[in-house]
Design a protein. Structure first.
Length: 602
C-alpha cells in the first residue's frame, strides 16, 4: 500500500513538472508575439497582442510620414519614445524602395542619435533618462515630383532581437557623391559643351563647399572620372608670381601652392592625399585668347590655378562682372599671355595681364576625388556642402593645435573678436590672426612705423599691439592663452623675389633669417596663409604686413588683395597675429564663420 502511494505521488509530481515546463515554453513563445507592435503604413498600427507601444514624432508632431517637395532638400527631426512603464526594444526604419535620384540618411551631429541597427536598441521606461532617441533625417529629392516616405517602428521585449519586415530598410549615414549633387541641383546652370569638363555657370549657383577651413566654389566636373575642380572663394595669400618668367612650371606660384611646409598651401590642407587628385594636370598653355587652349603645356601637380578659359566658362551666357567667380578682388590666373605678362582677374571681373614680378592675390585650385561625398549642407554661402571626413561636430575637449588653417575662432572682446587659424608654424602652438583688420570709429588705427623699418615691440605699431590692443581687445582672460614671446620674421621680399625670403636667408628655405624680433603680438608676413582678403560684404581694407619691400617701404595687402608697398608714415589697418599656447582646447563651435570655435586653457 505504501509503495502504491509513493508511485501515485511521483506520478502527480511528474505531471505537475511537465505542465509547468509546457507553460514556460508556451509563455516564452507568446511573450515575443505579445509585445510586438509595428507601424508600417501611414497612420496604421498593427498590434499582434499585448500592450507594448511606442511614440513617433516628426518635427514635434506625432506621425510617421516624411514629405519632401520636388527638387529640394529637407531635414526632419524624428523622435522615437518609449511610453511604456518598462524597458523595451525598438527598431526604426523606412518602408519600400526610394528612387535612384533621391538621397536619404541620418546626420551624425552632436546632440542627436544614430539610427538603430537591425537588432534594435533598448529605451528606458517612460519618464526616465534614455526613454527617447532623437534623429536628424535628411532627404534630397532630385525628382520632379513630391516624395512621400513612410517610417516603420517595431517594438518588443528588451531581451529579444528584432527583425526588419521584408520591405523595411535601415537608414545609413547621409552621403552623396559631390559630382552627383552638383550636376543634379536644379538651381545650378550646367554647361556641357566641353566633353572634358562640365561647367557650373551663372551668377550665384549653389556650389559653395567647406573643406579644410576654407570656403571653395565648385567650377567643373570631369566626366571621365567625376572628379570636381574647386577654387577658393577668396584670395588665400599674396605673393609675386615669379622672378620674370611667365611659365607656371618653376614659378614661385607653383612652389607656394604645393609647398608642404607651414610656409605654403598644400601642407596646410587636411589629409590632402585622401581628398584631392595629387596627379592633376593643369593646362598652362600660353595664349592671348579666351577659347579652350591646346594642351601644349600641361603641368602635373596637386594644386594649381584656374586658367583663363575655365574662368570665362564660369560666366558663359552672362558677363564677367556678375559671374560667380568675380569676388571683387585681383588674383592670378594660370595662363601666360606671352613671355612677358601673365593673365590675371581685375577687381571688376575683367581680364588683364601684368608683369609676373608683381604680387597679386592667390586663389588655389584643386581637383577633389570622385570618392569624396557630401554629408551635410545645401551649397549656399551660409550652409556650404560639408565633406565626409571633414565634418567634425563634437570637438569639445579637442586641442586647438590639431585643427586646420582657415577655421574660425571666437577670441577677445567686442565686435572684432573673430579670428582664424593661420598655421602651426612653431609645431606645438597655433598661430591665429584677426579675420578683419581692426578699425577705430570707422578710421584705421594708426600704424606708422615712425621711421623704423623693422617691426618690434617698442616701435609705434608694436607698442599698440602689445599694449592697447591686449588691453582693449583681448583682456587678461584671453591674454593668458597667448605665448608670451613669439618669433616674428622680418626678411625683405622685393619685386620678383621669392616669398621664402620673408622667413629664410635664401629661396631654398634652409636657413632662417637673422632679421627677426620677439613679441607677444605681431603681424602676418607676405605669403602667409590668411594674408589675403576675405570679406564677403565688400568691407575689405588695406593692411600692414611684417615684410619690408625696400629699405624705406613695407609690403601691404591692399583692398583688392594686391601686395604692394606703402611708406612708413601712412595709416592703414592692422591684423594682429599671435601664437596660442599648446594646451589651448576647444570647448564649443565647429570652426565655421557662423559657428567659430570657443576656447579655453587646460
Amino acid at each position: 500500500m505504501k509503495k502504491l502511494l509513493l508511485e501515485t505521488s511521483f506520478s502527480k509530481i511528474y505531471m505537475i513538472v511537465m505542465i509547468i515546463i509546457t507553460l514556460l515554453i508556451l509563455g516564452s513563445y507568446f511573450s515575443y508575439a505579445m509585445f510586438t507592435v509595428t507601424k508600417e503604413k501611414s497612420n496604421a498600427i498593427s498590434i499582434v497582442t499585448g500592450n507594448l507601444t511606442y511614440k513617433l514624432e516628426v518635427d514635434g508632431v506625432e506621425g510617421n510620414v516624411l514629405n519632401v517637395p520636388a527638387n529640394s532638400s529637407k531635414e526632419f527631426i524624428v523622435t522615437l519614445s518609449n511610453p511604456n512603464n518598462r524597458i523595451a526594444r525598438f527598431n526604426f526604419y523606412y518602408m519600400g524602395d526610394i528612387p535612384s535620384n533621391v538621397y536619404m540618411g541620418y546626420l551624425d551631429e552632436e546632440g542627436y542619435n544614430i539610427t538603430p541597427i537591425e537588432e534594435g536598441i533598448n529605451l528606458e521606461q517612460v519618464g526616465t533618462i534614455g526613454s527617447s532617441n532623437t534623429y536628424i533625417i535628411k532627404v534630397t529629392n532630385n525628382s520632379n515630383s513630391e516624395l512621400t516616405i513612410n517610417l516603420g517602428v517595431s517594438v518588443g521585449l528588451d531581451y529579444n532581437d528584432l527583425n526588419l519586415p521584408n520591405n523595411g530598410h535601415l537608414f545609413d549615414k547621409y552621403v552623396v557623391e559631390l559630382s552627383q549633387i552638383l550636376l543634379s541641383d536644379k538651381d545650378n546652370n550646367i554647361n556641357t559643351t566641353d566633353s572634358e569638363q562640365t561647367f557650373i555657370t551663372g551668377e550665384e549657383p549653389d556650389n559653395y563647399i567647406w573643406y579644410s577651413g576654407k570656403l571653395w566654389r565648385a567650377v567643373s566636373v570631369d566626366p571621365s572620372d567625376n572628379s570636381v575642380k574647386l577654387v577658393t572663394q577668396w584670395t588665400i595669400a599674396t605673393i609675386p608670381y615669379s622672378s620674370g618668367s611667365t611659365a607656371f612650371e618653376g614659378s614661385y606660384m607653383k612652389e607656394w601652392l604645393n609647398d608642404t611646409s607651414a610656409d605654403g598651401f598644400l601642407g596646410n590642407l587636411r589629409d590632402y592625399e585622401s581628398f584631392i587628385k595629387t596627379d592633376s594636370k593643369w593646362n598652362a598653355t600660353m595664349t592671348s585668347s579666351t577659347d579652350k587652349p591646346s594642351k601644349t603645356t600641361l603641368v602635373t601637380a596637386p594644386v594649381g590655378l584656374l586658367n583663363i578659359y575655365e574662368y570665362v566658362m564660369s560666366y558663359s551666357g552672362i558677363t564677367a562682372e556678375v559671374g560667380y567667380l568675380n569676388n571683387g578682388l585681383q588674383w592670378w590666373a594660370l595662363t601666360p599671355q606671352n613671355s612677358s605678362v601673365v593673365r590675371h582677374i581685375y577687381y571688376d571681373g575683367k581680364i588683364y595681364s601684368n608683369n609676373p614680378q608683381y604680387a597679386f592675390g592667390i586663389r588655389p585650385a584643386i581637383n577633389l576625388k570622385s570618392s569624396v561625398k557630401i554629408v551635410d549642407g545645401d551649397g549656399t554661402i551660409d550652409n556650404p556642402y560639408r565633406l565626409e571626413g571633414d565634418n567634425d561636430t563634437n570637438l569639445n575637449g579637442t586641442l586647438l593645435n590639431t585643427r586646420y588653417s582657415g577655421e574660425y575662432i571666437s577670441f577677445g572682446l567686442g565686435e572684432n573678436n573673430l579670428y582664424r587659424i593661420v598655421s602651426h608654424e612653431n609645431g606645438t602652438g597655433t598661430k591665429i590672426t584677426s579675420a578683419e583688420p581692426l578699425k577705430n570709429s570707422g578710421k584705421f588705427i594708426t600704424s606708422s612705423f615712425g621711421g623704423n623699418i623693422n617691426f618690434s615691440s617698442t616701435n609705434t605699431i608694436g607698442v599698440f599691439l602689445n599694449g592697447k590692443y591686449l588691453k582693449n581687445y583681448v583682456d587678461s582672460g584671453y591674454s593668458s592663452m597667448i605665448e608670451e614671446s613669439s618669433t616674428w620674421y622680418l626678411g625683405t621680399v622685393g619685386s620678383g623675389t621669392s616669398y621664402k625670403l620673408a622667413k629664410y636667408t635664401n629661396a631654398s628655405g634652409t636657413t632662417l633669417t637673422s632679421s627677426r624680433t620677439t613679441a607677444k603680438v605681431g603681424l602676418l608676413r607676405i605669403g602667409e596663409l590668411m594674408a589675403g582678403q576675405f570679406d564677403r560684404y565688400g568691407n575689405n581694407t588695406t593692411y600692414w604686413t611684417l615684410t619690408p619691400f625696400t629699405s624705406y617701404s613695407m609690403r601691404n595687402v591692399n583692398v583688392y588683395s594686391y601686395g604692394g608697398s606703402i611708406i612708413l608714415s601712412d595709416v592703414y589697418g592692422i591684423k594682429p597675429s599671435l601664437n596660442l599656447k599648446s594646451n589651448t582646447i576647444i570647448t564649443g563651435g565647429t570652426g565655421l564663420e557662423n559657428d567659430p570655435f570657443v576656447l579655453s586653457v587646460q
